[in-house]
Design a protein around this ligand. Structure first.
Ligand code: COA
Length: 321
């Protein structure tokens, strides 16, 4: 039986508004807001990488909870933008924290990563393999964004969120996940290979997407998967106090809420202020909601991440903080 016992986030200081892009590409503030809802995002500094943001999110978790993490026995970093492919980002966080005897692994599931991380932590703890697991979603997407591609560069931001998962009264009520690898070529980052599913791709080490296809897939599938998850937990939509989807784009989030006939004021988001921060977007949205008097102890919170794969992962938790 497992639960989230501490939570923390971090976003870099540098605020980038939409006017920043007007000097780079043919776009404007009004277009970006109307198509994405994004007003600002944060960019990491030169020399500031994903493990640095992850470390700061864990520091925030420690400060806000007073939790000792010296005996954490597993760290999982969910990211699409590790400092480098090897060593993994989790090992860099372990080094910065100075924790001993800690297993380290990264989850590479794009915007679904954080929820996959929670699923993994739940499995580790409930099987008795580990007792204290740090799940971190951290991204420096600004470093892998093609600043000449106006259909994608406006979307992404940097940030991190961390959750400590420990044994306790069961807080996780259900999980689900699924993947459409047949759409893998619609959202990718390739260092070498120049095709996916036989479709030519650009191995430019930057995020490339077919925005319309991803949009259509998310809006068509995620509401169905949310209903399936609620059923799996033996609940009804009325039991769900908050739905926290990946903050990809405000229009996607609004379309998901509309399709479910679910009120938008019960759908915390981080995209308007922080852009699409991939695996960090759900924890940042949760923290923002908590600070604004939204999510509180006892609430039933559904999280669902979705993105490159194309893959999704969902969970329902009884929030305990
Ligand atoms: N500024 C101004 N115009 C832009 C632009 C920009 N930054 N980006 C694209 N356009 C133009 C297009 O070139 C197109 O022009 P055209 O009609 O002359 O060809 C027009 O705007 C409409 O483009 P379209 O692609 O239909 O826009 P859209 O409404 O689908 O919005 C996205 C584009 C990328 C914002 C949207 O598809 C999206 O958010 N998709 C999901 C992406 C996502 O969330 N990815 C991560 C998932 S985890």
């Amino acid at each position: 039986m497992s639960q989230i016992t501490a939570f923390g986030t971090y976003v870099p200081e540098k605020i980038i508004d939409n006017h920043f892009f007007e000097g780079l590409i043919d776009t404007n503030d009004e277009w970006i807001i109307s198509r994405t809802g994004i007003k600002t995002r944060r960019y990491s500094k030169d020399g500031e990488y994903t493990s640095d943001l992850a470390y700061k999110a864990v520091q925030n978790l420690m400060e806000s909870s007073g939790k000792d993490i010296s005996d954490v026995d597993f760290i999982v970093v969910c990211t699409t933008s590790p400092d480098q492919p090897m060593p993994n980002a989790a090992s860099r966080v372990q080094y910065k924290l100075g924790i001993q005897n800690t297993g380290c692994n990264d989850i590479y599931a794009a915007c679904a990563g954080f929820v996959y991380g929670l699923q993994m932590a739940h499995g580790f703890i409930n099987s008795g393999v580990y007792k204290k697991v740090l799940v971190i979603g951290s991204e420096t997407l600004s470093k892998i964004t093609d600043m000449s591609d106006r259909t994608s560069c406006i979307l992404f931001g940097d940030g991190a969120g961390a959750a400590l998962v420990e044994p306790g009264e069961e807080q996780f009520l259900a999980f689900n996940s699924g993947t459409n690898g047949d759409l893998g070529h619609d959202l990718y980052l390739s260092h070498k290979k120049n095709s996916i599913n036989g479709v030519g791709i650009n191995p430019n080490s930057k995020i490339v997407q077919n925005g319309r296809s991803v949009f259509k897939w998310a809006v068509g599938n995620i509401p169905i998967k949310i209903r399936e998850l609620v059923d799996k937990a033996g609940l009804t939509m009325d039991d769900i106090d908050y739905i926290v989807p990946h903050s990809a784009n405000l229009r996607i989030i609004e379309a998901i809420a509309k399709s479910l006939d679910y009120p938008m004021d019960k759908v915390p988001e981080s995209v308007t202020e922080f852009g699409n921060t991939s695996s960090a977007s759900i924890p940042i949205a949760i923290e923002k909601s908590r600070k604004n008097g939204g999510i509180k102890k006892g609430d039933i919170v559904l999280m669902i991440g979705f993105g490159g794969g194309l893959t999704f992962a969902g969970t329902i938790v009884r929030w305990n903080l």
